[in-house]
Design a protein around this ligand. Sequence first.
Ligand code: AP5
Ligand code: MG
Length: 249
Amino acid sequence: MLGRALAWTRPGRRDQRDGDERDVLVTLIVLLGAPGAGKGTQAAALRDRLGIPHIATGDLFRAAIRDATPVGLEAKSYMDAGQLVPDDVTIRVLEERLGRPDAAAGAILDGFPRTVVQARALDTFLAGHGRRVDAALLIDVPAEDLVERLSGRWICRAAGHPYHVAMNPPQVAGICDIDGSALVQRDDDRPETIRARLASQLADLDAVVEHYRGTGALRTVDGRRPIAEVSAGLVGALGALDTAPPGRA
Ligand code: AP5
Ligand code: MG
């Protein structure tokens, strides 16, 4: 399986389940990109190839809003305004999710970290578990393309699978190809909220990109190309890491 080829063993880190000592395959990938760059689209493709969960803080917040939890109630006002949810809430939500068993062998993080405070918190959390960010993949899309992508996006009600009216349409209008649920527009894809998201979040993205340039984990892929070509670019970037993991070359 490709996941096997892309992941790499951690010398010195052992899995003792079943009384059998063996190396553990760990792949912790961070997907970086502006709102609408294609993080969710590509994370789903990588999840299918690597067999590790796709964890998106935006999806976790939208589920919390749907369930009217205290986190959801707090996050909603920020999301509706196009602002980032405060770091302390976001870090807590992410760490809780990353601590679940299905993330033990790795995860694809989509939309986290969004600030340097979050990036450092993630580094500390992972170090506490003998892990680190193996690859920070930046999907690079110029600002002028993002408004069109976001205003044409439809997602499915059941699982948030993303489509685009022109660039990635479903086979049957208004219906998700994958689970058959109805397609809806996200609340924060209204034109005024799109503008607010882009205006307020791009500087933080730049700072996070610099953080991962510093750790050596950053790889940049041209996100203007068609979806399948961006996927191939990301897989290529991970393949290069397989032979020379960041910080261990
Ligand atoms: P979140 O849900 O993470 O939204 P986002 O970062 O704004 O990104 P999007 O989900 O809008 O875009 P995407 O990059 O996933 O693109 P997609 O694949 O859908 O966050 C929402 C809110 O939650 C934030 O504003 C904030 O308030 C809060 N939040 C979340 N995480 C947080 C954190 N860590 N800290 C604080 N607050 C947080 O693609 C977009 C469209 O383009 C689709 O229609 C798709 O079909 C199309 N498309 C994709 N790729 C291509 C391509 N190559 N060519 C043509 N079209 C394409
Ligand atoms: Mg997304």
